[in-house]
Design a binder for this molecule. Structure first.
Ligand code: NIG
Ligand code: FE
Length: 399
């Protein structure tokens, strides 16, 4: 007798435990009238025969894997409404940032917040995303910009991971902006000194390599040290301007290069021939009224493409996974099938969790979303759609 059986009129899932590249992104499995048996949080069987008994039984029109948001800037504290209004008044993201606002405003807010204020504020955000179908989430530091506050952010993530059912992956992104009053190299030296301490909690290091943030030379030097210390690493690359960060990510063997709004044809070729995952975040382009990453060119050139929200208070104040998926179809010209793979198995691969989550298959963690009155296409069409039920490690959460 299984703990839980989920009957899916339609089950859509990518398959396997490796990221999909190019045309493989659209090769998802579509099963009809199947029963998914779950025991101890793990999928134990998927069968067309209705199991004779179960402790709990659920049925839905559509079942898909839980979404994996591989790029957010949780935790932060408070919002930046005036940034948004300044931008609508004509200022650019970079102008606001280089004049001491933007990320620096969030840094001030975060430094003033206590640990418990940060936990309460961010717990609500994580819970909201979970209800909308995000069952695995990456969060990062980068609004502390000094030792004490970067560690405070990582502490928040640690506490949150105990308080919510969501699987949380932590990234050290001290290299998000240069702390006020420090030179780039002085600041990076401080980060290097922190690496051994944060290694206990983080597997990943990330750098905002762009105009107004860290340059290519310093990024390379810093990441080589992080690599020697055993970190996996990622880059915010070619987001605001084309700096060559995507090619740097490829040449250093980064797990992912994220954003890619401004990449050239050569950059497309370089990342498509590599195992570095292209993480695309169309909500940022939308929010900044900027260009979109060349997703079609990337997929058609055989790249591994994943999706993320980039959820943060400045460049992507968008707490709506269905909108990210909608923009992926509308602006990135991806198909709903490609979107599903990019936001489940491929985004799980960015976090090195592809053997555990991202598909609905025997042996994987039972993380899945149940929808009624919906088909796969509905998920990218109806902005704001939420699953009727979220199942996380076999636990049932009804909306
Ligand atoms: O991914 N580009 C740098 N970091 C974020 C923005 C963070 C912020 O503005 O607070 C991004 O767009
Ligand atoms: Fe980001």
């Amino acid at each position: 007798m299984s703990n839980l059986v989920v009957h899916a009129k339609k089950l859509y899932t990518p398959t396997g435990d490796k990221p999909k590249r190019g045309r493989e992104l659209s090769q998802i499995e579509r099963l009809q009238d199947v029963y998914i048996c779950i025991d101890d949080g793990i999928i134990s069987e998927i069968t067309h025969q209705r199991p004779s008994s179960a402790i709990r039984y659920l049925s839905a029109d559509l079942v898909v894997p839980g979404f994996v948001d591989c790029h957010t800037h949780i935790p932060f504290y408070g919002y930046r409404e005036f940034d948004f209004l300044r931008r609508t008044g004509g200022f650019s993201y970079l102008e606001i940032h280089t004049s001491g606002g933007g990320i620096h405003e969030s840094v001030e807010k975060l430094r003033e917040a206590s640990l418990s204020e940060l936990i309460c504020f961010n717990l609500k955000l994580v819970e909201r995303l979970f209800r909308k179908g995000v069952t695995t989430l990456e969060g990062k530091s980068g609004y502390g910009l000094d030792r004490e506050n970067e560690l405070k952010q990582l502490q928040v993530l640690k506490v949150l991971s105990k308080m919510t059912p969501v699987d949380l992956v932590f990234t050290f992104m001290g290299a998000h902006a240069i702390a006020k009053g420090k030179s780039q190299s002085e600041y990076l030296q401080m980060l290097v000194e922190m690496l051994d301490v944060v290694k206990e909690e983080c597997d990943f290091v990330d750098v905002f390599c762009d105009v107004g943030a860290f340059d290519i030379e310093n990024t390379e030097r810093y990441l080589k040290i992080a690599k020697e210390k055993g970190f996996q690493f990622r880059l915010h690359a070619d987001e605001i301007e084309r700096t060559g960060a995507t090619q740097l990510a490829v040449s250093l063997g980064a797990v992912s290069a994220d954003h890619l709004l401004k990449i050239t044809e050569e950059d497309v070729r370089a990342i498509s021939e590599s195992n570095t995952i292209a993480v695309l975040m169309p909500a940022t382009s939308f929010y900044l009224s900027d260009s979109y990453a060349p997703a079609r060119e990337l997929i058609d050139s055989n790249a591994i493409v994943a999706l993320g929200s980039d959820f943060n208070p400045g460049s992507s104040a968008v707490i709506e996974p269905s909108f990210v998926m909608h923009l992926a179809v509308k602006q990135l010209k991806m198909s709903p099938r490609e979107v599903l793979t990019a936001f489940t198995l491929n985004s799980a691969s960015v976090l090195k969790l592809e053997k555990k989550v991202g598909t609905i298959e025997v042996g994987k963690q039972a993380d899945m979303l149940l929808y009624n009155d919906a088909d796969l296409e509905t998920l990218t069409y109806l902005i704001g759609i939420i699953p009727d039920v979220v199942i996380k490690r076999g636990q049932i959460f009804e909306n």
